[in-house]
Design a protein around this ligand. Sequence first.
Ligand code: ASP
Length: 409
Amino acid sequence: MKKMSLLLKISIGFVLGILFGFVVGPVAASSSVLSNYIMPFIDLIGKIFLRLLMMLIVPLVFSSLVAGAASVGDVHKLGRIGIKTLALYLITTAIAIIIGLACGNIFNAGAGMNIPTGLQASAREAKPLVDVILDIFPTNPIASMVNANMLQIIVFALFFGVACILAGERGRKVADFFESIANVMYSVTHIVMNFAPYGVFALISITAAKFGFSILAPFVKVIAAVYIGCALHAVLVYSTMIGMFCKRSPAWYFRGIRESAITAFVTRSSSGSLPVTLSNVRDNLGVSEGVSSFVLPLGATINMDGTALYQGVCALFVAQAFNVPLTLQMQMGIVITATLASVGTAGVPGAGLIMLTLVLTSVGLPIEGIALLAGIDVVLDAARTCVNVMGDTAVCAVVASTEGEELNV
Ligand code: ASP
């Protein structure tokens, strides 16, 4: 018999959890076996799963960001193309989060869920902007790791990764070392994710038992918010870029990259789609090998517009669901952390969900929100990966065009 995929198991865990919670919820209070033994046991399983997720964050983020930054290669040689590419990647990603936040605000998907949380749900006191900026820079990177201060870890990792390139041969060794650690951390993630179907079952069934049917409707809204946001971003941002810099029509662009977009949607992996993306951009759009072989692999590693947009929608959803008021300053914090988190997201299925923990923790939102979103992650991942790959191809075409390359008609 074919082995059931993990994603299917997680989805089953999610659905069974909801059903179990709905059935058991109303009778739990009147049964001492349920309320004294079974429900506390399920609760324990859910809490262990949350801790395992949190355990991953610091080593995973640090190692994958160092490896990602170092994968840029020879900084001097890349020169202008590198700076242009990075700037375009960051700008499009930030726009994507803003669209995500707008969709999250409009759909207001988590409103009325009123889920209480025991953890760090309280909104942070608004700090003066100077302190917010100052806080990004660590004084002691080890302390940042011990305290899981994500922004500081990211900043140090970026310095460290770039320095690995500048340090030449010896730096290469260090970068390789961190790449190995990142790979090992992905394996640890896989081990933890094997536990996800049970963890998701536990967390969602406890929630369903407490809140009943009213928790279903918000998920439909989250999916709609992410899909509409992704469609808007692709149509507005990429069409404009292609029109402005490449002097080509949106139809030319979307027709040219169609296969890579579909591959990304079904594989839910930017890295896995890379061979198709490379061939689409070269054969259909006419970008040179030189530009595409630098811009696209880098994009598959660090440029995740769809993931960033999704993180914007989901951070708002969690804030709404747990009734945490989000100030404008916190929303600005989301734009910054989600931009950086998307840089550190690996181009593999489900990586964005793990990185969402980073965004939530850094703005002080409850990490329990991940459990709510895990069950629908497959649906969200397909759309965000599709936009991730489209973003790489659009930037690639723009860079080629501004470098004077003659694109296909
Ligand atoms: N699956 C996405 C990708 O490969 C990453 C994510 O999970 O957001 O691009």
